[in-house]
Design a protein around this ligand. Structure first.
Ligand SMILES: [Zn+2]
Length: 455
């Protein structure tokens, strides 16, 4: 859309390849029946419920008797028994192209050259082809757990996420719908991969980041991402970043009809993001009450990422490395302190009236779990942090859709939206961990998973 010439050429390619891809088209008309349907927007439950779908879109929602009577002959009926239907889940912040194995602390200390290094460095210097296949696996595992849409915010090489998005949309590989950010914009001083070989540093870093030192360079960086047809712009705000630089990036992104997600954790960076007119603030852990009010007044989304809530490091590390008892005790007490702060943040967010959504920020290898299982477990952390179940569900459906600017496409089971549905066996309001056990997944009207079928 933004590059008419190229879209036109791609359009021709799509026509030429319509034959082989047509085999993956959904059945023209499908009716899904279930005991209950939860509408996250209102919290109301339709029971029993049915959803009629045509050509990958939702056509009608209502009582099964009514929809079945109106359905055309030959409609494909999927009966999920007493299950509860929900909209397909949305992960507002993820990293499909990283699967970091945490290192023992002693090794982290010895290689201390910036956050996540050398784990992050490894991701950059490995073969981009290998990395692309990893991204495809993560997108498939997310989908199998009911995450039908993800916003991938950086760490994908130059074009990994936009290419994966296109491959999924073309039916080449299964996976969640991807909103791709391309490379993450950062000021040079903020790059957290440090102590690189000076002879190679620039060429290594440009595989992963778009570095800028001025407002003009920030605009150029946005345009470079636009060239790779991204869906969203990601900027990292730390104390170096100035308001004119970030505002320039945001203006250029908005000119291209792209929203800007700004990573900001400390108070100063959050203020820079607010004053520059960010569309969403990612993480936002240190936001003050006043900042939450400013965000509410400006309509800026807070994208909560409770990845390490309750001691993420231990969860990711314990099954694969030996942690000395003293280090373990220290990790546990620091997890308890940060849990307390996060519980307070969630309460302050709910009280402030700021708009919020949630993202897994998952980029970690979580032993014993698929990427989808580790991401949904992160959403459930919000309930542990005191957020009511319905609000947790909103933060990964209706709210997330609006944060993405995709409220007309995803996030609710409503006529006209993509036929993205999930179902769980129990009541997710009574037990939010049902979200970790999604048993039916439909994306675009196609069944991805149906564990109810064998019963
Ligand atoms: Zn992130």
């Amino acid at each position: 859309m933004r590059k008419l010439g190229i879209s036109f050429v791609l359009g021709l390619v799509a026509v030429v390849s319509a034959g082989p891809l047509a085999a993956q088209s959904p059945a023209p008309v499908t009716l899904v029946k279930a005991g209950r349907l939860l509408d996250p927007r209102t919290g109301s439950v339709l029971s029993p419920a049915a959803v009629l779908m045509e050509d990958g879109k939702i056509k009608e929602v209502g009582p099964p008797s009514q929809l079945q009577a109106a359905a055309p002959a030959g409609v494909k009926i999927i009966d999920l028994g007493s299950a509860t239907l929900l909209p397909g889940l949305i992960d507002g912040h993820t990293h499909l192209f990283m699967d970091i194995v945490v290192l023992p602390e002693v090794e982290q200390d010895r290689h201390s050259n910036g956050l996540f290094a050398p784990e992050l460095l490894l991701a950059i210097v490995e073969s981009p082809s290998k990395r692309t296949l990893l991204g495809a696996q993560m997108a498939r595992e997310d989908l199998e757990s009911g995450i039908t849409t993800v916003r991938n915010l950086g760490h994908s090489g130059i074009d990994g996420d936009s290419e994966l998005r296109d491959a999924i949309n073309a039916g080449r590989v299964p996976g969640a719908r991807v909103l791709a950010s391309g490379r993450k914009l950062e000021t040079r001083g903020e790059t957290y991969v440090q102590n690189l070989n000076p002879a190679l540093a620039a060429s290594i870093l440009q595989q992963e980041f778009l570095l800028f030192d001025s407002a003009d360079q920030a605009r150029q960086a946005v345009r470079q991402n636009v060239f790779h047809n991204v869906d969203v712009i990601k900027v990292t705000a730390e104390e170096n970043l100035t308001i004119p630089e970030l505002a320039a990036a945001i203006e250029e992104a908005h000119r291209n009809h792209l929203k800007v997600a700004v990573h900001a954790i400390d108070k100063t960076s959050i203020q820079t993001a607010i004053d520059s007119g960010a569309d969403s603030i990612e993480h936002g852990n240190d936001a003050t009450d006043q900042q939450l009010r400013q965000m509410r007044d400006k309509g800026i989304y807070l994208d909560l990422t409770p990845t390490f809530y309750g001691g993420g490091y231990l969860k990711f590390a314990e099954p694969v490395i030996v942690i000395p008892p003293a280090a373990r005790a220290e990790r546990l007490s620091s997890a308890a302190r940060s849990k307390q702060r996060y519980d307070q943040l969630v309460q302050r967010v709910l009280k402030s009236g700021v708009k919020y959504a949630a993202g897994s920020d998952m980029c970690w290898f979580y032993p014993g779990k698929t990427r989808g299982q580790s991401s949904t477990a992160t959403f459930v952390n919000l309930r542990q942090a005191g957020m009511p179940s319905l609000d947790v569900i909103r933060s990964i459906t209706t709210n997330a859709a609006e944060m993405l600017g995709w409220q007309d496409r995803v996030g609710a089971i409503e006529p006209g939206k993509f036929a993205d549905l999930v179902a769980v066996a129990g009541d997710p309001i009574a037990d939010i961990t049902e979200l970790e056990r999604v048993r039916f997944v439909m994306k675009n009207g196609e069944v991805v998973r149906n564990d109810f079928a064998s019963h």
